[in-house]
Design a protein around this ligand. Structure first.
Ligand code: AMP
Length: 411
């Protein structure tokens, strides 16, 4: 099957080809005809499956059937990064047309967004908070709205956006086409889907366009105080860069950035304490190769799409198995392969067990050869970590049960 088979506007097919897409991904094969026919869609799919083109291409095709420049499509995203990425993709797919796509999210000035809205827009890509601000100022006219896409609905729920979404949906025309995409479907999302979708077609894409088998998962058990040393040693191995590193908190992201910068790595941090300009610059610098390493927190990295990340490294285990899947999904995009590496302190083992249960498989434990696992914690840290349960009284048995084994070739 090729993109010609969908009978999409020739200008769209040309742009898709220019982007290098040859074969439609499974979600595109399933979704494009349904959206062209005007159906509502409830899609179980993650970012990384080709979802943006799956809903974006038929939306663009339908918009090209008439000429008015009014807000006819609204796409809602939980994060600024995902909104920026959807905007970027839609602009690429519509580059041979006159359709206008406007991103509207927080952290940047209102002026250009208000000007953009005044000039006329076909597709608005927005995060809920900033959209509500514009709505309260009266700068958004929904009277021509035809289609709404709610992307990463489960993340919207996690981030507390459900009340905002209800407020937005109350203002939208009842006659419309609606799509909801989510990786998981907890009860509040099912309830929301019932409220906003009419006779939806269900689409399930269990796997990302590259199968999860393309990712090699490895866990390095290590005492908490040796994580900085171990990550430095791992990053010095061959073929590890570019790498995306996740920490549990913004503070730990900043701290690790300082440590690795001092060790000579070209590294940038991405988290929600950064201004929007800093976040854009961080992503752009990482994508362009100016930085080899990006250290990020979960929220900031949600949904971002960067080609060529060879390693995702969990400096800290994520709080939930779903976050592990999302984090590691940042590698092995499309047809590439990737490695997911996790540094696990003893106190984090319980989180790893939850991840393994969720994935229905156990993840390989390794030890890095020639790494000195026996360096004791500084006195002050030991006392502190004992109090916080990081190492605890079983430190000795931990060392003996994690003697280095024969390492894999590519760490
Ligand atoms: P998405 O799930 O929309 O974030 O897409 C994930 C990645 O796959 C993006 O880098 C897209 O540009 C890319 N992609 C989407 N559709 C295709 C396709 N049919 N062939 C190759 N790459 C694609």
């Amino acid at each position: 099957m090729t993109f010609e088979d969908f009978d999409l506007d020739e200008r769209i097919v040309r742009a898709v080809k220019e982007k290098g897409y040859v074969i439609p991904t499974p979600i595109q094969v399933q979704t494009i005809p349904l959206v062209l026919e005007g159906h509502d869609v409830m899609g179980a799919a993650q970012t990384g499956t080709g979802k943006t083109a799956a809903f974006g291409l038929p939306i663009l095709h339908r918009l090209l059937q008439s000429k008015k420049t009014q807000i006819r499509v609204l796409i809602l995203s939980p994060t600024r990064e995902l909104a920026a990425q959807i905007d970027e993709n839609l602009k690429a797919y519509s580059k041979f047309t006159k359709l206008k796509v406007l991103p509207v999210f927080g952290g940047v000035a209102y002026g250009p967004q208000i000007d953009g809205l005044k000039k006329g827009v076909d597709i608005l890509v927005a995060t809920p908070g900033r959209l509500l601000d514009h709505m309260s100022k009266g700068s958004v006219d929904y009277s021509h709205l035809q289609t709404v896409v709610l992307d990463e609905a489960d993340r919207m729920l996690d981030m507390g956006f459900l009340p905002d979404l209800n407020r937005i949906f109350r203002e939208l025309p009842k006659e419309r086409q609606t799509m909801l995409y989510s990786a998981t479907f907890p009860d509040p999302i099912l309830k929301l889907a019932k409220q906003i979708l009419k006779n939806p077609k269900h689409i399930q894409v269990g796997e990302r366009s590259s199968s999860p088998d393309a990712i090699t998962h490895t866990v390095y058990p290590v005492p908490a105080h040796l994580k900085p040393n171990l990550i430095k040693a791992l990053l010095k191995q061959q073929d590890v860069l570019p790498a995306l590193i996740f920490t549990r908190t913004k503070h730990r992201a900043d701290k690790l950035q300082r440590v690795l910068q001092k060790a000579g790595f070209k590294i940038v941090a991405l988290h929600s304490n950064r201004t929007q300009n800093q976040r854009v610059a961080a992503l752009a610098g990482f994508k362009s190769g100016k930085f080899d390493i990006m250290v990020a927190t979960d929220i900031a990295a949600r949904g971002i799409d960067i080609r060529g990340i060879s390693h995702v490294i969990n400096y800290d285990l994520p709080a939930t198995p779903e976050d592990y899947i999302h984090r590691t999904g940042r590698t092995a995009r499309a047809d590439e392969e990737g490695d997911a590496v996790t540094l696990m302190a003893p106190a984090e083992e319980i989180l790893l067990h939850e991840i393994e249960q969720h994935m229905h498989r156990s993840l390989a434990r390794e030890a890095l050869r020639d790494f000195d696992y026996s360096v004791p914690a500084p006195e002050r840290e030991t006392a502190l970590e004992k109090v916080s349960g990081q190492i605890g009284p079983t430190k000795k048995s931990f060392y003996s049960s994690h003697r280095p084994r024969i390492p894999r070739k590519k760490f």
